[in-house]
Design a protein around this ligand. Structure first.
Ligand SMILES: Nc1nc2c(c(=O)[nH]1)N[C@H]1C(S)=C(S)[C@@H](COP(=O)(O)O)O[C@H]1N2
Ligand SMILES: [Mo]
Length: 495
């Protein structure tokens, strides 16, 4: 049997194009949220490997990472502008479709003899590929390799993309997940750390793009109507106008799908969040609830600079407290508890005290290592005696986002919710010290949350009160947190 294109190759090839387009465009959206690339996980301004902004990060005044998010052009990024929330939903949805397509493809390759198309079975492939390259450089088309529908250079290129580039792209993607990194800090180190993994992930995008461009060019060079017919019809030879039309229609569907994705994000970001997020929410929940944080970085790994996100509360009541070193601070505990409580920092310290040196991961892409000390949340919750109806813990900040981040149009005080299950997981704590000092105001004084398997926005700073609830839908806009309400993020963020 000749190694033509069976229908399943035609189908997986098409799905691959569809998913790669969505992956690339949403990936660009995500990376523009933090246009700096670092060679280590400290992300110290001025020490970038490269960056996509001319502006310089000031070191003499407070600056939050959100102020550095780019306004991504919608023709390039999905959904465009500052749309990382919906960009992530598209990225993870397309990722799941792409991985599934890839698995079906690989399994079918192996159970048929089609794997011979891609896997070279002789070292001769290298000199033959070189020969083919030379022929191309002389503007001629090399003949197919013996027994193959294409030449040795094509075979090598396809092998590299399927068996090296694609797995590497998945591996570097996983190396950025806070849940995976919290459970297995050695894993991102395989790539030289999270920031190097992020850079490699971006280079992977460039490599895919280069491959697609050259591959498309080659289809044109090898003779567009015949090659095009084969892409659609498989082993057919000659030119089939109907097949050419079907192929073009396939591309048109991809274009329309992209336009529809933009329209959805623009008309109803909320609907986009609710339609697109559920599949990857399942994955994020699995990771977050089953991978427990066990990070113990040495003190020498503490970052010399730690980015912030969220500006301190500008209100008078908060400033009064800060002026007195938070002496009068009382943490209020309300909701579904046997008795409401009001605790001072000294009270909290009597409940428990632990330290942890861990890596923080912001959804925008930056990281930083610090030591955080305070009371483990599991111990604190025991002390609060929540009633059996309590299912979620809500953390309310002092900061009114209408004042500290007016450009989003969001209102109300910052808040986030945790499922009780996640709340009692290891290394989740209420911290009042950072790097052995009282918590600095920009990092959340007097009290902040640490949840080490999650992205940074879950870790509420400037905590004013903690509420146990059986349902979070009546709080804020009802989606489980301020960033879920206004930035369309998912409520559980282990990736
Ligand atoms: N109250 C409050 N907490 C907050 C935020 C905020 O805006 N307000 N931003 C969150 C985000 S997006 C991140 S990444 C972390 C950053 O923590 P850091 O500023 O201490 O580095 O805080 C989180 N906690
Ligand atoms: Mo963040």
């Amino acid at each position: 049997m000749g190694l033509g294109f069976p229908l399943w190759i035609v189908a997986t090839h098409y799905l691959n194009i569809l998913f790669l387009v969505f992956l690339a465009r949403s990936g660009i959206q995500i990376l523009t949220a933090f246009p700096f690339f670092y060679k280590n996980d400290h992300c110290e301004p001025g020490k970038e490997m490269f960056k996509f902004t001319r502006r310089k990060v000031p070191r003499d005044r407070l600056t939050q990472s959100l102020d550095w998010e780019l306004d991504a052009p919608p023709w390039l990024a999905l959904p465009g502008h500052k749309g990382i929330g919906i960009g992530r939903h598209w990225h993870f949805l397309a990722m799941m479709g792409w991985v599934l397509t890839g698995l079906v493809y690989i399994v079918l390759l192996l159970v048929t003899d089609q794997w011979r198309r891609l896997v070279p079975t002789t070292w001769e492939v290298f000199p033959q590929a070189l020969q083919a390259a030379t022929t191309y450089l002389h503007f001629q088309i090399p003949p197919p390799a013996p027994g193959l529908p294409f030449n040795a250079l094509q075979q090598l290129a396809y092998f590299t993309v399927v068996f090296l580039l694609a797995p590497l792209q998945i591996a570097t993607g996983a190396a950025m997940s806070p849940a995976i990194m919290a459970r297995a800090p050695w894993y991102p180190s395989l790539f030289g750390g999270k920031q190097v993994a992020r850079t490699l992930h971006f280079f992977g995008l460039l490599a895919f793009t280069a491959f697609v461009l050259v591959h498309t060019l080659m289809v044109v060079v090898h003779g567009i109507p015949e090659e095009w017919t084969r892409i659609v019809l498989g082993p057919a030879t000659g030119v089939n106008p109907a097949a050419v039309a079907v192929g073009l229609a396939g591309l048109l569907v991809i274009l329309i799908a992209n336009l529809a994705a933009h329209a959805l994000a623009k008309r109803s970001p909320r609907l986009a969040q609710q339609l697109l997020a559920p599949p990857s929410d399942v994955l994020q929940r699995e990771l977050s609830y089953h991978l427990h944080s066990r990070q113990h970085y040495p003190r020498s790994d503490i970052s010399p600079y730690h980015w912030i996100n969220g500006y301190p509360p500008p209100d008078q009541d908060y400033e009064e407290l800060a002026k007195r070193q938070f002496e009068g601070y009382r943490l209020l505990i309300t909701g579904r508890v046997e008795t409401p409580l009001s605790l001072s920092l000294a009270d909290l310290r009597r409940i428990g005290y632990e330290s942890q040196i861990v890596k923080h991961n912001c959804i925008q892409g930056w990281s930083g290592i610090a030591e955080w000390s305070g009371v483990p949340l599991a111990k604190f919750i025991e002390h609060c005696h929540p009633t059996p109806e309590a299912r979620y813990v809500v953390f309310h900040g002092f900061d009114d986002k209408a004042k500290t981040q007016p450009e989003t149009g969001g209102v109300g005080r910052f808040y986030e919710t945790l499922d009780l299950r996640l709340a009692v997981s290891p290394q989740t704590m209420l911290a009042w010290e950072m790097n052995g000092e009282p918590l600095p105001i920009p990092h959340g004084a007097p009290l902040r949350l640490r949840v080490e398997t999650q992205l940074g926005f879950k870790m509420v700073k400037w905590i004013q009160s903690i509420e146990f609830v059986d349902d979070f839908r009546s709080i804020g806009l009802g989606h489980g947190g301020w960033r879920e309400d206004y930035a369309m993020h998912s409520r559980v963020v282990g990736i």
